[in-house]
Design a protein around this ligand. Structure first.
Ligand SMILES: Nc1ncnc2c1ncn2[C@@H]1O[C@H](COP(=O)(O)OP(=O)(O)O)[C@@H](O)[C@H]1O
Ligand SMILES: [Mg+2]
Length: 237
């Protein structure tokens, strides 16, 4: 297996708060890997460190065989490492279509008309509202828009920070089906979730983060077989 992304022993600190401690994880080409953990475990900090929007103080981040530690966030995006942040963060002062165009910003002068039409075919709700403010979208539609916008950056790895947060069960199911679909189209996925049941249903492998430390990792079956773990983090009983 080719490792697409290798995170080796990275740390994130906010002053005296040591949010990510010596964390190592990897993603092979074509994998869906999930990072699970309670609120405050350090999941978002880990993703931001990988994207380069917060600084990792130790260790290394190897993407496609290259050490990208010193790369800016935009350069990481350009190289194919793209995060969809928690809370979607779409631009509500822009239209749906303008939001999509922003996703292609890193690609400089590429005509994305066809790609946008393909997205509109996949999401008729977005198409109908293409010229409306993104503020009119429901939570589920906003999440689809945020993911679509990330896809327009042409990622190799897409990192999703709690995409199912606040969505109804039907939309959560649709979201995970979309994740599976884009994965089958060749994207590797790093998925941070608190919906552990769904995440383990769709992921190839998972890691459990507790107070900044990786406390377990393995296949969904491995993780679910650990009774203590299942009880503490995976909502088992
Ligand atoms: N910008 C920040 N400044 C200071 N502390 C932060 C900041 N962001 C997160 N933290 C702290 O880092 C820890 C991990 O937070 P976070 O990565 O958001 O966890 P999670 O995404 O798992 O909920 C928490 O203790 C949180 O309070
Ligand atoms: Mg978070």
């Amino acid at each position: 297996m080719t490792m697409l992304l290798n995170i080796e022993e990275i740390d994130v600190r906010y002053g005296r708060n040591h949010a990510v401690k010596d964390v190592s994880l990897n993603i092979a080409d074509g994998e869906i890997v999930t990072v699970l953990g309670a609120n405050g475990a350090g999941k978002s900090s880990l993703l931001k460190a990988i994207q380069g929007t917060v600084k990792s103080t130790n260790g290394s981040i190897i993407f496609k065989g290259e050490n990208i530690n010193r790369w800016s966030a935009p350069k990481r995006v350009q190289s194919g490492l793209v995060m969809v942040p928690e809370g979607r963060q779409i631009f509500i002062s822009m239209t749906v279509e303008e939001n999509l165009l922003m996703g292609a910003y890193s690609r400089k002068n590429v005509d994305v008309t066809n790609e946008i039409e393909t997205i509109f075919e996949r999401f008729p709700n977005l198409k109908e509202r293409r010229n409306m403010s993104a503020a009119v979208l429901s939570g589920g539609e906003q999440q689809m828009l945020a993911i679509s916008r990330a896809l327009l950056a042409r990622p190799t790895v897409i990192m999703l920070d709690e995409p199912s947060l606040g969505l109804s069960p039907i939309l959560v199911k649709q979201l995970f089906e979309l994740i599976k679909e884009i994965n089958s189209e060749g994207l590797s996925i790093l998925l941070v979730e608190q919906n552990t049941h769904m995440a383990l249903q769709y992921a190839d492998r998972g890691y459990v983060l507790e107070l900044g430390n990786i406390v377990a990792s393995g296949t969904p079956a491995d993780l679910l077989a650990d009774e203590k773990l299942a009880k503490a983090y995976l909502g088992g009983d």
